[in-house]
Design a protein around this ligand. Structure first.
Ligand SMILES: Cc1cc2nc3c(=O)[nH]c(=O)nc-3n(C[C@H](O)[C@H](O)[C@H](O)COP(=O)(O)OP(=O)(O)OC[C@H]3O[C@@H](n4cnc5c(N)ncnc54)[C@H](O)[C@@H]3O)c2cc1C
Length: 225
């Protein structure tokens, strides 16, 4: 199905959000992704991208970080308002659990995209769910959705914690590890955990949670490879 770029928002020096309107009605759940394709240098290339906005029938946000020498991310960064792209989906089982009372969201880099869709959906639907977000970025200027997350964290039920991996600042630094998770999560017996980002980070966090006796069905993972 054809999706048309309506407008583009610069999120960080290397990340943009493409706001699309869709040709026909779409139906996806917070956390899911679509497969996009385009002919680039005479070859058909396909890549997966999560939706970062809350579900809607005819619009969707895709938040894309430019990867150095990356074929498709460079292509998406070259799109202009009015341009169209083919999207197939939705796909994925990394889906919001609307019956949960507490979610712990753990992400790195562009892995914030489906987590943001989940948070925006909780707000939009006024769901009674407590959220703790642990989000790892390289530097302060690389934090995607920083202003919106700061606003959201003023709510009693939304707790946002940033860590930076390649820059010092007033806040937390270093990669997401067992100490950081134990510091933020006091009770591992109730929340549903969502982990999204580079495969090595997702594997490491999944391992930590399993060691803390979190049942596999309360750990949802999405690996960006
Ligand atoms: C389910 C799913 C959902 C995804 N959702 C998003 C999303 O919402 N936003 C988003 O920005 N990306 C997302 N991705 C990643 C995306 O699909 C592409 O892999 C990414 O944009 C790079 O594609 P490319 O064609 O630009 O790079 P390629 O041309 O495929 O790769 C170029 C070089 O960069 C390396 N590379 C590839 N990906 C990365 C990376 N993520 N970080 C560092 N180096 C890399 C490769 O090993 C290669 O050396 C998602 C991936 C999956 C599997």
């Amino acid at each position: 199905m054809n999706w048309t770029v309506e407008y583009i928002k610069k999120e960080t020096p290397t990340t943009i959000t493409l706001h699309f309107t869709t040709e026909k009605e779409i139906s996806f759940q917070a956390g899911q992704w679509y497969l996009f394709d385009a002919i680039i240098d005479e070859k058909k290339i396909k890549r997966a991208y999560s939706i970062s906005s809350a579900p809607s029938k005819n619009e969707a946000d895709v938040t894309v970080t430019l990867v150095e020498n990356g074929i498709f991310s460079t292509y998406l960064h070259s799109l202009q308002p009015g341009d169209t792209i083919n999207a197939e989906g939705p796909y994925g089982r990394f889906i919001i659990d609307e019956d949960a009372t507490e979610l712990v969201l753990i992400g790195a880099g562009s892995g914030i995209a489906p987590l943001m869709s989940i948070i925006r959906t909780i707000i939009k639907k006024n769901l009674d769910i407590k959220v703790t977000l642990l989000y790892s970025s390289k530097t302060q200027e690389n934090i995607i959705f920083y202003n919106e997350l700061t606003q959201l964290s003023k709510r009693e039920t939304i707790h946002v914690h940033h860590t930076l991996t390649v820059e010092q600042w007033n806040g937390m630094t270093g990669r997401i590890n067992k100490d950081k998770i134990e510091h933020l999560v006091t009770d591992f017996s109730t929340p549903t955990f969502y982990i999204c980002g580079p495969p090595l980070m997702v594997n490491a966090v999944q391992h930590i949670l399993l060691e803390k006796n979190v049942e596999a069905q309360r750990i949802k993972t999405e690996r960006y490879h």
